[in-house]
Ligand binder design. Structure first.
Ligand code: HEC
Ligand code: HEC
Length: 163
């Protein structure tokens, strides 16, 4: 290969590498911005969605899901146990998709999404009276305000505090 051809080859490698890099940035930007959650698992949605919303896995860090799964027989005062096979499947799904990063990924020891620091901060402008509204009942009743919660969409565009 002569020098001119080497030069061309080098240029095209640099060019494709920077394109790839830019594309990668775009993708990671999009997922960092997204408040929607799309991964799903049938066992999880059936078992964990029978009493309340199947809370999206990225709302708690992996260690919290692990602790929760190991104590389902005493789940917030109720028995939510599932058979061992389902527990393993659900646990793997939750941990694989658990919250990441400084906010969602940090484990403060709580099993409640509604007690995590990011949750409290995101909701600091919700008036106290709104939490006590009988249509809301509990902060854990996400769907009362997030009309698209069932689809894992918590975007502010779909928020409506009931009156
Ligand atoms: C038998 C009913 C039942 C089943 C099944 C069940 N839960 Fe719960 N869960 C509850 C109750 C009751 C609470 C407490 C609700 C409250 O205090 O408002 C709760 C609370 C939670 C919370 C805390 C919500 C908050 O306050 O931030 C999480 C997270 C949760 N459940 C996850 C799960 C997962 C994961 C599964 C499946 C493995 C599951 N639940 C299955 C009854 C159930
Ligand atoms: C009483 C109504 C209410 C309830 C109940 C509620 N939220 Fe929210 N949520 C809000 C409001 C209002 C905002 C702020 C929207 C904004 O940024 O303007 C918000 C913001 C959020 C955001 C940030 C959205 C964004 O675009 O930055 C997330 C994520 C979220 N809530 C998740 C949850 C989850 C999960 C639950 C249930 C465990 C829940 N919320 C329960 C009212 C509520």
């Amino acid at each position: 290969m002569n020098n001119a051809n080497k030069r061309k080859l080098f240029d095209s490698i640099v060019w494709s590498a920077s394109l790839l890099f830019a594309f990668g940035l775009l993708i990671s930007e999009a997922s960092a911005e997204s408040t929607g959650f799309s991964a799903t698992n049938k066992t999880w949605s059936t078992e964990c969605g029978s009493c309340h919303l199947a809370y999206p896995p990225d709302m708690l860090p992996a260690p919290a899901w692990r602790r929760m799964l190991s104590g389902l027989d005493q789940h917030f005062g109720t028995d939510a146990s599932v058979d061992a096979r389902a527990a393993a499947e659900i646990g793997a799904f939750l941990e694989r998709n658990a919250g990441q990063g400084r906010k969602r990924g940090s484990d403060s020891g709580t099993l409640r999404i509604t007690e995590t620091r990011w949750f409290v901060r995101k909701h600091d402008e919700v008036p106290t009276t709104a939490w006590k509204n009988p249509r809301v009942k509990t902060p854990a009743n996400c769907g009362a305000c997030h009309s698209a919660a069932e689809r894992g969409d918590f975007d502010e565009d779909a928020v409506r505090i009931p009156r």
